[in-house]
Design a protein around this ligand. Structure first.
Ligand SMILES: [Zn+2]
Length: 142
């Protein structure tokens, strides 16, 4: 008895899917380090600061001078530091009026002064440091 069953072995050559060509899309950022920080000038102290550190005040199309915390109001804007000294200049020295070439209405002024009053008192200039530490602590090791 000869069982001769030879199966037809069809050795199909597996198609090697050769990935040819650069598949990676080249996306080059020109200067990834350089982050654009918008800067504005405070109308009171004339210092240029990052926009985020300044408070925007806007003259609305209706002619009102309003705070614009979200920087989304339309109108001509001006920027003031979040500092009492700058707001004092802006409100009491007419910087705002001059900047917007208008006169603050009493109610606009009241709103701005309310903001001014909410600002924290400024630190006195750190000319004299109270922390004159001359502690000679001897750390006895072990
Ligand atoms: Zn300022």
């Amino acid at each position: 008895m000869t069982a001769d069953g030879t199966p037809p072995s069809a050795s199909a050559p597996s198609k090697a899917s050769a990935q040819s060509g650069p598949g990676a899309p080249r996306k080059r950022k020109p200067q990834p380090r350089q982050r654009h920080i918008p800067q504005r000038t405070c109308i009171a102290c004339k210092q240029v600061r990052p926009k985020r550190e300044l408070i925007r005040v806007v003259r609305t199309p209706a002619g009102h001078i309003e705070l614009d915390p979200t920087s989304k109001k339309s109108g001509r804007g001006a920027y003031i530091c979040a500092r009492r000294s700058c707001w004092e200049l802006a409100l009491n020295k007419g910087k705002l009026d001059r900047e917007f070439e208008t006169t603050l209405t009493p109610e606009d002024r009241a709103a701005l002064e309310a903001y001014y009053a909410s600002l924290p008192p400024e630190q006195p200039t750190p000319a004299t440091k109270p922390t004159a530490r001359q502690t000679s602590k001897r750390m006895s090791s072990e």
